[in-house]
Design a protein around this ligand. Structure first.
Ligand SMILES: NC(=O)C1=CN([C@@H]2O[C@H](COP(=O)(O)OP(=O)(O)OC[C@H]3O[C@@H](n4cnc5c(N)ncnc54)[C@H](OP(=O)(O)O)[C@@H]3O)[C@@H](O)[C@H]2O)C=CC1
Ligand SMILES: Nc1nc(=O)c2c([nH]1)NC[C@@H]1CN(c3ccc(C(=O)N[C@@H](CCC(=O)O)C(=O)O)cc3)C=[N+]21
Length: 289
């Protein structure tokens, strides 16, 4: 048996088309502002990809590429100006930040109504309370992908491997909201394979190439591979990307997302959908004040 592939592109295209239609209904194109510090190649490439897609769907997008040495005070000052600017609907500060800048201070500073990453503590709290709010892009994008392919969530045994604030924890919250029975595994989990083998729906966000091997997967399970690992090319050849899930898992799983081309495109599409949501909420607030 070989697992049904779950490519991100068709699901991402559907979400991007919905977003373009919502953007066209607003008086002005939703405006996303992204801020990055330094020249980390992965961050440069991700921000460029988001900026390009934003324009494709009729959003406006501005990138502030600041030097690595930018002080925390300067960054907080920029965020304050973006918060106060009614022409800015969404703000994203690319992570990770340099060590001299407190991630917590930055994420607290962003106006929760413009927090298109869903990382502000107010939005985190609303998420766990099951109330409407801006939701983190990778987890929300994964749920959209599951729905797009008609894969069941309610009543399923879901195992999330990884408990980061950007993927694992919010993903667990969204699955719980959709009535899955959720387990969160992490680096201190004993006998990881025994836990993952219980999963009808296995979602892996760790950042270790090929951590999940076939004997760790229940036959027929749906496997979502969030990991993005850069593997240097052999003998100085070109580097390539690989996931947290071993390719042989395709022989056991019922369905499996590829890396690249799986969850990554969903993250970008969801970010733009969140920007449209933020703009819609702000437009209705401006009308009523
Ligand atoms: N496709 C996409 O859109 C995105 C992809 N990513 C990718 O997803 C991966 C995870 O990212 P992120 O969540 O930010 O990573 P973090 O490094 O923040 O978190 C990794 C998590 O994995 C856990 N972990 C580490 N080793 C093991 C192990 N051997 N067994 C079980 N759990 C383990 C850690 O546990 P503990 O808490 O105990 O330390 C931690 O909770 C990365 O490859 C990243 O590049 C991230 C965001 C978006
Ligand atoms: N404030 C903030 N918000 C984020 O959402 C955020 C962040 N910081 N920091 C880093 C992580 C990572 N992330 C990805 C986005 C797109 C792809 C993506 O498009 N991946 C392509 C491949 C891209 C490539 O070729 O390098 C794919 O999987 O097909 C991957 C990873 C968002 N993150």
């Amino acid at each position: 048996m070989t697992a049904r592939p779950l490519p991100g592109a068709p699901a991402a295209e559907a979400l991007l088309a919905e977003t373009a239609a919502r953007a066209a209904r607003l008086p002005n194109p939703p405006h996303l502002v992204m801020v990055r510090l330094g020249e980390d190649p992965a961050s440069v490439s991700y921000v460029r990809g988001k900026d390009r897609k934003a324009r494709e769907v009729g959003l406006s997008s501005t990138v502030h590429a600041l030097p690595e040495t930018t002080s925390q005070a300067e960054l907080l000052d920029l965020i304050a100006r973006l918060n106060a600017d009614d022409a800015v609907n969404g703000i994203l500060v690319q992570l990770p930040l340099p060590a001299h800048v407190s991630e917590q201070a930055v994420l607290h500073a962003i106006d929760p109504r413009k927090d298109v990453d869903g990382f502000h503590p107010l939005n985190v709290g609303e998420l766990w309370a099951g109330r409407p709010a801006l939701r983190p892009c990778t987890p929300a994008g994964i749920l959209y992908l599951l729905d797009h392919y008609g894969l069941a969530i309610a009543g399923q045994r879901a195992v999330v491997v990884g408990r980061s604030h950007i993927v694992g924890r919010p993903l667990a919250a969204l699955l719980l909201e959709r009535d899955a029975t959720v387990t969160i595994a992490h680096s201190r989990t004993r006998d990881l394979g025994a836990v993952t083998r219980e999963a009808d729906l296995l979602l892996v966000a760790v950042g270790r190439a090929h951590l999940i091997t076939p004997e760790m997967v229940k036959p027929g399970a749906t496997v979502i591979d969030v990991g993005i690992n850069r593997v240097p090319g052999e003998g100085g050849g070109k580097a390539h990307l690989t996931g947290d899930v071993h390719p042989d898992v395709a022989e056991v799983a019922g369905a499996l997302t590829p890396v690249p081309g799986g969850v990554g495109p969903m993250t970008i599409a969801q970010l733009l959908a969140n920007t449209a949501s933020a703009a819609e909420m702000q437009a209705s607030r401006l009308l009523s004040r």
